[in-house]
Design a protein around this ligand. Sequence first.
Ligand code: FE
Ligand code: CA
Length: 555
Amino acid sequence: MAVAPPGGGVDHGAVTSRPAPNATRGRALSRRSFLGGFAAGALAASGLAGCAIPKLPDLAGKDPFSLGVAAGEPGPDGFVLWTRLAPEPLWPDPAAPGGLTTGDIVLRYDIASDPGMRAIVRSGSAVAEAAYAHSVHLEVRGLAPGRTYWYRFTSGDAQSRIGRAWTAPPVGRPLGQLRFGFVSCANYEHGYFAAYRHLADQSPDLVLFLGDYIYEYVERDRPTVRRHSDDVEAATLPTYRNRYAQYRLDPDLQRLHAETPALITWDDHEVQDDYADRWSKTFDDPAVFLERRAAAYQAFYEHMPLRPSRSRPQGPALRLYDRFAYGDLVEFSMLDERQYRAREACARRPDAGGGHLEFDALCAERKDPSRSILGAAQEGWLFDGLGRSRAQWNVIAQGVLMAQLRQRVPIVGTVGHWTDAWDGYPASRDRFLAHVEASRVSNPVVVSGDIHSFWVNDLKRDFDDPGSPTVATEFVGTSISSIGPSYSQFMAWMPDNPHVRYFESRQRGYVFVELTPGHMTAHLRNLSDVRDPQAAVSTLRSYIVESGRPGAVPA
Ligand code: FE
Ligand code: CA
């Protein structure tokens, strides 16, 4: 491949090869270079002309790359690189996100074939877009397949840390192994992110984020370890932005992103607990709630290594679901089970706007075949892709528990179902598992989050028939830090759920997966103490899925 000298510009998507005449390329991010822009911009943007002038941030000596770097969505010829300029990452003035009020800023990027950044293979300019809080989403294409690369951003005197990314082997080409972790539910207030650090220590090829990357609410009822900085529920663009910024300031999360390319989907807390499409659990006017969703989606985009060509938000819409194939070994289907889902069944009581327990005698809507957790378009896209996949393993990565969970109410004896997980959309689940069986999808494995506990499940063609075949396997990672549900209560339900092979809600951590053509081995990794930033990690259990045999067994 052509090797561009440092400073040589190459056009790629959002990249501009030459800075615009007045761009700030090559100028240090100092107080001086921003002062003029800040005063004018702050007044204009906040409409404060004639009122009290907000205090200017002092940017002298501040690191514009305080939020680190990230790579995502690796493909055979490239990936997306991310950073966001934020010399004052938690600056409270909405008119100055990250402390900046300037227009677009042109940065330089370098990609090298060595970790010391000596053998530069690509350099050019990338735009930190003011409209997106000075975030950069650089789509890099045209690199050699199956290689590891390192990258860095530069603005004037300031340089970002060096990140690592890789390109995949071409689709269909033999690939002997892939090692990846999957993570979910990182409530900053509930503990430290030591689990992210331990995953980074294992140097996985890939990390899958399965949702609840941030939590929008502020904990008022349960013990906390550290606090959300602004002490308000995120509900607007500035408050969502600062929430992401606070999480990204965490050294363990920042390091994981710098060292590991990511595939990312979301669950509910990136917007609001248990929301469904335009329906808020607090019964907000859907038109008003969609404005909140638009702000949340924009802040999500601003902080994630997502391709602008696919995922740039359009008002309250953001296309997130996608598939990624690595050699002949695996295809990941990343699902979005929030944006298009039907409203939770029988969401009518004041205490039952989002997820709640429903009983068949009282709620026929749950089983309505027209309801979908994915929406018709995504369901069709998923079925089509799985039907055509030639990969040995097909990983379906998504937010919420797919297996049925019969929840028997003591004394009364009736069985209920939780409406926010796939149990709230049994017809949708039925269509999915019927398709997996009928189209003979090769080694389907569902990985899930949301429920703050480890699960190893057989996904049955018919959960109500004990003799029904297992058609897929489900692993649920526990939370990175979020408080888990009651162990004794869930264990009391297990006799009604024989397809659950393992359950543990008292541990925080993640799942580390070793994938080869013959086996998928999932190591359930747990922390010694989520309240200890230096917590140790160990392997609680390991489960193995043999190719051709759905259902995991102890390794
Ligand atoms: Fe969660
Ligand atoms: Ca959730």
